[in-house]
Design a protein. Structure first.
Length: 463
């Protein structure tokens, strides 16, 4: 059997593409117009409609709900948030601790809401396990563990080589850090369940309706314009397709492969009985999960960026990227060298110039947006949606400030990305540096982070 390449994602190959909803039939009005039918848009519609049932909410989606990163990601529902360390520098440590605590609680919020709405998304809360397999990675892991505890994760645990192997036998692993604030999910099952829950509440969803321009009180499409006091941009990695937004967030490419279901005999050699989501401390890091049907789904950056902020065609992935991901798989688990790869796919995630996730409502225009999750969007989208709900209720006089509206990522301003070709050259140079640093660290014995990676982080604004 040949590897299926593209077709949106393996998750859609399992579930099937949903029946299409009708496009926008013409000009209309709403109280709130949400642009984008991924997790951010769906969660925002859900929480707004729950809070204010009489609101007339229209959601516009260019293809179908879950088509973008929400239906292609690695299924990591976890407490990471892009930009926390920068927010600590800008607003103080305690403000960043509050942001981290909100993210910890968000994992439970998603799990609890899925249960309440009868959404079966193959959720298993096994936590997140970050692996180190070089001396330099181990030094970074220990620093990382210390920092996370300083941001309030008192329940995080640090393991040596033996304790790590008791959880999962990754070749050459010398240590790991585990947090309970994480779960494996099936991304498409969650997206489909959310869309159904939102429609059941009375939200209007129009698919096959690309928004070409957003301006105050207007969302413009080829089929008509939706006029609303609040227009919320929830388009993450596809933001560049909207007029005047090409340099707002960079659409970073991430790719995945998934194996055939593995037999019990192979799992006996791997372990992974806790079904933690799995990451590492490399600079060009990987992410993986053990699926509900006993496959390994594993991802990484591949070709990180397409010129002029273009996006892929239905998830098709370069053969070299598939080979690179297979190499990571067998680096972790050499016994899987002959295992079949059933599916490969790609998608884009939104990266702001300062690598900080943000949520904003401009009270002078009614325009709002959330995103720039830099790969941590499965949970962060939920926190962003609840924050947008509170910001709109505050602005409309229905409530006052809340704990969420006071978080430091609210109304954070970011400068635009550089024009081409500097954008393309910069991103590709950055990831070439990270991969080179990983190779040198793997070949060496130093506990110091490779100097090229340190310089690349400083130049990019990543840290």
């Amino acid at each position: 059997m040949n590897t299926v390449n593209g077709g949106i994602s393996f998750w859609y190959a399992q579930e099937g593409v949903p029946a299409p909803r009708e496009p926008l039939p013409g000009d209309t009005t709403a109280d709130v117009c949400i642009v984008g039918g991924g997790y951010t848009g769906l969660w925002t519609a859900y929480y707004l409609k729950k809070a204010v049932p009489f609101l007339n909410i229209t959601l516009l989606e260019a293809r179908f709900c879950g088509y973008g990163a929400s239906g292609r990601n690695g299924g990591w529902l976890y407490n990471g948030i892009a930009g926390r360390d920068r927010y600590a520098r800008l607003h103080g440590h305690e403000a960043a601790v509050r942001l981290q605590q909100a993210m910890n609680e968000t994992v439970s919020e998603v799990i609890g809401t899925a249960r309440a709405e009868n959404i079966d998304a193959d959720i298993h809360q096994g936590g997140v396990l970050e692996i180190a397999y070089t001396p330099a990675q181990l030094a970074r892991l220990r620093d990382f563990h210390t920092v996370e505890i300083a941001f309030g994760e008192k329940d995080r645990e640090l393991y040596g080589a033996r304790a790590t192997a008791e959880r999962i036998r990754v070749a050459g692993a010398v240590g790991s850090s585990w947090t309970p604030h994480g779960a494996r999910i099936h991304p498409v099952k969650l997206a489909n369940g959310l869309a159904a829950a939102v429609e059941a509440l009375g939200v209007t969803i129009h698919e096959s309706t690309p928004v070409t321009e957003i301006r105050p009180k207007h969302a413009v499409t080829p089929y008509g314009t939706v006029r609303a006091p609040y227009v919320l941009r929830c388009t993450e990695g596809f933001t560049a397709s909207i007029a005047h937004q090409r340099r707002t967030w960079l659409p970073m490419n991430s790719s995945m492969i998934v194996t055939e279901p593995l037999p019990t005999a192979l799992w006996d050699t791997i372990g992974w009985e806790g079904r933690e989501t799995l990451g590492d401390m490399a600079h060009a890091y990987m992410y993986a999960q053990r699926t509900a049907d006993n496959r390994i789904a594993i991802g990484g950056r591949g070709a990180p960026y397409r010129y002029a902020s273009n996006t892929d065609n239905d998830g098709r992935t370069q053969p070299a990227t598939v080979d690179a991901l297979r190499a990571i798989l067998t680096r972790f688990f050499p016994q899987l060298a002959h295992v079949r790869v059933d599916h490969a796919w790609s998608g884009v995630l939104g990266v702001p110039r300062d690598w900080c996730a943000t949520v904003t409502l401009d009270r002078s225009t009614g325009l709002g947006w959330a995103g720039g999750y830099v790969g941590s969007g499965v949970a962060t989208a939920n926190l962003a949606a609840r924050t947008l709900r509170d910001l709109i209720q505050q602005d409309s006089g229905q409530s006052g400030p809340t704990n969420l509206t006071a978080l430091p990522w609210v109304n954070h301003k970011v400068r635009k990305w550089e024009p081409e070709p500097f954008r393309w050259l910069g991103v590709h140079s950055l990831y070439a540096a990270f991969r080179a640093a990983d190779r040198r660290e793997l070949a060496g014995r130093s506990t110091e982070t490779d100097r090229i990676a340190t310089l690349a982080n400083r130049i990019s604004g990543r840290h």
